[in-house]
Design a protein around this ligand. Structure first.
Ligand SMILES: C[S@@+](CC[C@H](N)C(=O)[O-])C[C@H]1O[C@@H](n2cnc3c(N)ncnc32)[C@H](O)[C@@H]1O
Length: 522
């Protein structure tokens, strides 16, 4: 077997899977599968099929997902830089599909970095409604923010918060919530050997506790009648059926919506919960006592409706998901609140400040004390002048000034007050030395028909790659297509085969490269 699997893991799986175990084990001798998902914010699935540089084979549980040959390096193609597709493990495409997102929904992706599922949700929103995408790791939110930008997403806010603090700021606000929970990662051992090596560190017991807390916060963030999808990439029943059964026991206002078996989902395994309760052979039930013994049979039985993707049954890695539907009318039970939490909430009410305590507010103020917000009027004038000169219409949404940058946001500043906000919306630019400089995300998200000046670079003669490498290009004026009465000098939207890539600045036959240094093709 190519992958070194922890012995304790193998023993657990043997106990759980019994007759199926040898089949499961043999899946580790097979190659992993690679997938891409078409970003329908930028290109339709049919149009992508027509220009795809790769052979595509559909993934059964995701209409926009395709198996590709990983050896063809899908990350090294100008279309990838144009945000036409996201590289995603095939099974990982299932949870966002089950969320049933509709344009106009308010969606929260609680554990989102690096953003695979968030980009999928954003495509389903089609620019309407709101996506709040969050991760507790500040470092990982950098990749998350970059992906929101690369994939041309206009209606997303990126947070770096705890679920508890988001829940305080947005009670019962969201229609759909995705919890792609931190987990012990057992389902990824074939794809990522590091996960196998770190298995003991990301112990099942530790993850179970985190998952319980995240689910509890999500319940209070959801509006009545809304939907939560909970997913993990692990096999451990403690982190899957047990987390769901326990959640249902404390939240009778939710029910599991069974996943359709025809797309490759195997049912959940409620019978494993009895095995957990008995313990033994590495089935630890998190070492916190035996809460499962107190869970009703009804809640346990519902976990049969959860879905499992098994590497020996489908072409993809191991995944678990549960669709938790709020029944709509039943009041959520009052959560137990400690004296300290009550004091904190009262402080906030008195101060009229959403989402943070006095202590937290002082810390934020201290951090911001040294930062000087540039003149608001100058900033906004710069943006509006640029939009009038360069764009065919001004993008809709609230214009926010944040840390010296201008954003167009689906939320207002008050709603984000006190939350650690990585991106309050779509970054459109900034003013430096009195001049407006458009942001790269503005270019990445506009369709060429929205720009007054466009220069299309060809894939065939290598021009697009030279642009992505940061080179200055010689471009005659005749190649710039512009709307009537627009001078070619200045900012131009650069596209590859008609798909937006970034900005360039044209003057006298030379195109100065404005593609961000950190994003360049190396
Ligand atoms: C499985 S990964 C998410 C992958 C992501 N959904 C995607 O599709 O690209 C789980 C993420 O949860 C984050 N995380 C861990 N504990 C968290 C918590 N309490 N609240 C929010 N995020 C958390 C981790 O930093 C990690 O990025």
């Amino acid at each position: 077997m190519a992958v070194q699997l922890p012995l304790a893991f193998l023993n657990r799986m043997k106990t759980l899977l019994r007759d199926e175990y040898s089949q499961f084990l043999s899946s580790y001798d097979k190659p992993r599968y690679a997938g891409i998902r078409v970003n329908t914010l930028k290109i339709s699935e049919d149009d992508f099929r027509a220009i795809s540089p790769f052979q595509l084979r559909p993934i059964p549980w995701c209409a926009t997902g395709f198996y590709v040959d990983e050896g063809l390096k899908p990350g090294k193609h100008p279309y990838y830089h144009a945000g036409l597709y996201y590289i995603q493990e095939p099974s990982a495409m299932a949870p966002a599909e089950a969320l049933n997102v509709e344009p106009g929904d308010r969606v929260l992706d609680l554990c989102a970095a690096p953003g695979g599922k968030s980009t999928q949700i954003a495509a389903k929103l089609r620019g309407r409604g709101l996506l709040v995408t969050n991760d507790i790791s500040a470092d990982r939110t950098k990749a998350l923010a970059k992906n929101m930008e690369l994939y041309g997403i206009r209606n997303a806010v990126v947070l770096n918060e705890t679920p508890e603090r988001i829940a305080e700021a947005f009670p019962r606000f969201f229609d759909k919530i995705l919890i792609d929970a931190p987990c012990s990662g057992e389902g990824m051992f074939r794809k990522d050997e590091d996960m196998a090596r770190q298995w003991e560190r990301h112990s099942v017991a530790k993850c179970t506790l985190m998952q319980r807390d995240i689910l509890k916060s999500a319940a209070s963030l959801l509006s009545p009648g809304g939907r939560i999808v909970y997913s993990t990439c692990t096999f451990a029943p403690e982190e899957n059926e047990a987390s769901i059964a326990e959640f249902l026991e404390h939240h009778p206002e939710f029910e599991v919506i069974p996943l359709p078996e025809q797309s490759g989902f195997s049912p959940g395994r409620p019978e494993w919960l009895a095995m957990l309760a008995e313990g033994g052979n590495g089935l630890t039930l998190d070492g916190q006592g035996s809460p499962l013994l107190e869970i009703s049979e009804e809640a346990i039985a519902q976990t049969a409706g959860c879905g499992r993707l098994w590497p020996h049954k489908v072409e993809g890695e191991g995944h678990f998901l549960a669709v938790l539907q709020h029944k709509g009318s039943i009041e959520q039970p009052e959560q137990t609140v400690t004296a300290e939490e009550r004091r904190d909430r009262r402080d906030r009410r008195l101060d009229g400040r959403a989402g943070k305590s006095r202590k937290q507010e002082k810390a934020v103020n201290a951090r911001n004390a040294g930062k000087k917000e540039p003149d608001e009027r100058v900033m906004l004038e710069g943006w509006h002048t640029f939009a009038a000169e360069q764009l065919c219409s001004v993008p809709e949404g609230e214009t926010l000034l944040f840390g010296g940058h201008i954003y167009v946001s689906p939320l207002n500043k008050q709603q984000l007050h006190g939350l650690k906000t990585v991106r309050p919306g779509w970054y459109v630019g900034t003013v430096k030395n009195g001049r407006f400089q458009p942001g790269h995300p503005l270019a990445a998200a506009i369709h060429p028909s929205e720009a007054r000046k466009v220069l299309d670079l060809s894939l065939a003669d290598g021009e697009a790659v030279r642009y992505l490498k940061g080179e200055t290009l010689e471009i005659p004026e005749s190649r710039i297509s512009s709307t009537p009465n627009t001078k070619p000098k200045g900012y131009v939207l650069i596209t590859v085969d008609g798909y937006s890539l970034g900005w360039g600045k044209w003057q006298d036959g030379l195109l100065k490269n404005e593609y961000p240094a950190g994003w360049r093709w190396t």
